[in-house]
Write a protein that binds this ligand. Structure first.
Ligand code: SF4
Length: 189
C-alpha cells in the first residue's frame, strides 16, 4: 500500500467511535521519506478543524524546538497514535488506540524512518514500553523492531510546565546529533 492509499483509508475510517465526533481524521504530514518521525497521541481541536497535526500552540512549540536544534519541520514526518480527536481532548481509550495503531505501524513501514521520537507518555507507552515514564526516561534511546526510538515531553506539557523545556532541548540536541552524525547504527539493545 502507498502512503496516499493509506491516507484515503484513514480519511474514511469508521473503525472506532471517534469517527462520529471528528471533523477531520488527521493522517499526519511531512516528508514522506523522513529519517525522523515524530509521534504524538491524538489530534486536538485545531488539528481536528484543519486536518493537520500539531498546528496550534503545541505545534508552534514543536516548531520552535525543531528550529532551535537545527532541524526543520519540512524534513520530518509528524503523526499520532490515534487519527481522530477524542472529545474534550481526553486521552485516547485503550480500545481506540488498539483500533487505530495499525495505521501508524503501516505509516512507519512505508516511510521507514531511521528514528522515531515519541512526543509524550501515550506514544511512548504504546511504542516503547507500557511502563514508560517520560520524566525519568526521556532522552534514552531504545531499539524496537530494529529501529531507534526515543521519547521527549509532549509540547502541550511544555505549555503547562515550562520547567521541562531545558530537558526537552537536550533531547532535541541528542536527536540532531544522532541524525546528522549518522549514529543510526549505535549498539543499543
Ligand atoms: S481514531 Fe483511528 S480507528 Fe478510530 S475512526 Fe479515527 S482513524 Fe479510524
Amino acid at each position: 500500500m502507498t502512503l496516499d492509499e493509506l491516507r484515503e483509508k484513514v480519511k474514511n475510517c469508521k473503525n472506532c467511535p471517534l469517527c462520529d465526533t471528528r471533523i477531520n481524521a488527521v493522517f499526519g504530514s511531512g516528508n514522506e521519506h523522513a529519517e525522523i518521525m515524530f509521534v504524538g497521541e491524538a489530534p486536538g481541536r485545531n488539528e481536528d478543524e484543519t486536518g493537520e497535526p500539531f498546528v496550534g500552540a503545541a505545534g508552534r512549540m514543536l516548531n520552535d524546538f525543531l528550529t532551535a536544534s537545527g532541524l526543520s519541520r519540512e524534513e520530518v514526518f509528524i503523526g499520532n497514535i490515534v487519527k481522530c480527536r477524542p472529545p474534550q481532548n481526553r486521552d485516547p481509550l485503550p480500545a481506540e488506540e488498539e483500533r487505530c495503531i495499525g495505521y501508524l505501524l503501516e505509516q512507519i513501514r512505508i516511510i521507514d524512518p531511521k528514528i522515531i521520537v515519541c512526543l509524550g507518555r501515550i506514544a511512548a507507552k504504546q511504542l516503547i514500553d507500557r511502563d514508560f515514564q517520560v520524566t525519568k526516561q526521556h532522552g534514552e534511546v531504545f531499539r524496537r523492531n530494529g529501529r531507534l526510538i526515543m521519547a521527549t515531553f509532549h509540547p502541550a506539557a511544555l505549555l503547562r510546565n515550562p520547567a521541562y523545556k531545558p530537558a526537552t532541548m537536550d533531547d532535541f540536541c541528542l536527536l540532531y546529533d544522532i541524525a546528522y552524525n549518522r549514529h543510526f547504527e549505535v549498539d543499543i539493545p
